[in-house]
Write a protein of this length. Structure first.
Length: 317
């Protein structure tokens, strides 16, 4: 078999994805004639017809071509991985890094992540997309995000997560609330109390499942998708909330104090994770993100986890 080149594979992949030689040439900024020649040379090297080129009707991919396309994409991805490793060795991470972040986690994580990359890896163009966990995971599957920070108990089939920091549900009250006098609060004490809960799935379902499992039927008076709105309402004595994150300083935007209390009942273990699609090899930029998050945030959560979920170390990424 004659030799073929990575460039020929790259041009072939572009033709398949664009559906025409002209559009592939425009995408890769080469001449259409150069693309056609590369296809001919690749087919000659493989001794297989990969495409059917018809004037005015674009390019059709043969069954053999579809198979070769899948393998070519894998080969090209591998070469990008080798390049990324070399960039890390040289300390030269570059290019875009699209990070998703569950809305309630963004204020905790993203500013420090952005500052780290700005100072240590200025060649990386880091971008943030905030949203609900379900939306973020769909974007991961579609290749629109490189990684996402979310809660482990939000992970869907087809998405894996590397633990960053353990977290535990806790209660928040106004300091004047009767239950704020307790160090730990049994969930049964919340019966008949007004609740102000996060109105965003799957967090809403997880919290209410825990309350129902404890024999409560929560009296949810308000819901909000903004944690700071919830905290401010709780501080004014309008109800309690169950919350996962706890900002530094137990005060709301308008300067009112909050009382956080541990839940006395057993509650499921949880963690913040860096998530990405199963079966993919994280890029050097994602590996750098994971390493930074573990070093920066790893000691900030309560060390309360007793169970063990599958947990990937950096060497296993």
């Amino acid at each position: 078999m004659s030799e073929f080149t990575l460039r020929q594979l790259e041009l072939f992949v572009a033709v398949v994805e664009e559906g025409s030689v002209t559009d592939a040439a425009r995408r890769l900024r080469v001449s259409p004639g150069g693309v056609s020649l590369a296809l001919t040379q690749l087919e000659s090297a493989l001794k297989v017809q990969l495409t059917l080129r018809q004037r005015g009707r674009g390019v059709a991919v043969t069954p053999a071509g579809r198979w070769v396309y899948d393998e070519a994409r894998a080969v090209l991805a591998g070469t990008h991985g080798i390049k990324s490793v070399a960039e890390v060795i040289r300390g030269e991470l570059t290019g875009p890094l699209m990070i998703g972040c569950f809305t309630t986690l963004s204020p905790w994580f993203f500013p420090r992540i952005a500052a780290h990359f700005a100072h240590q890896h200025p060649g990386v163009d880091i971008q943030l997309h905030e949203g609900a966990s379900g939306e973020l995971q769909e974007r991961l599957k579609e290749g629109e995000l490189d990684a996402a920070l979310l809660y482990a108990n939000h992970l869907q089939t087809g998405i894996t997560g590397v633990d960053i920091v353990p977290v535990r549900l806790q209660l928040a009250f106004a300091p004047s609330h009767r239950l704020a006098a307790l160090d730990e609060v049994p969930l049964r004490e919340l019966e008949n109390e007004d609740a102000i809960l996060l109105g965003m799935q799957p967090s809403t379902g997880h919290v209410e499942d825990i309350l129902r499992a404890a024999g409560l039927h929560p009296n949810v008076k308000w819901r909000s998708t903004n944690v700071e709105t919830i905290r401010s309402m709780v501080a004014r004595g309008l109800g309690y909330t169950i919350i996962m994150g706890r900002p530094y300083g137990d005060y709301t935007y308008d300067g009112l104090p909050l009382a956080y209390r541990r839940i006395a009942d057993d509650v499921p273990d949880n963690a913040v994770v860096v998530a990405y699609p199963e079966g993919t090899t994280p890029t050097a930029k994602v590996r750098t993100l994971v390493a930074f998050c573990r070093a920066e945030f790893g000691t900030e959560g309560p060390q309360v986890r007793t169970g063990k979920r599958s947990n990937l170390g950096m060497g296993e990424l």
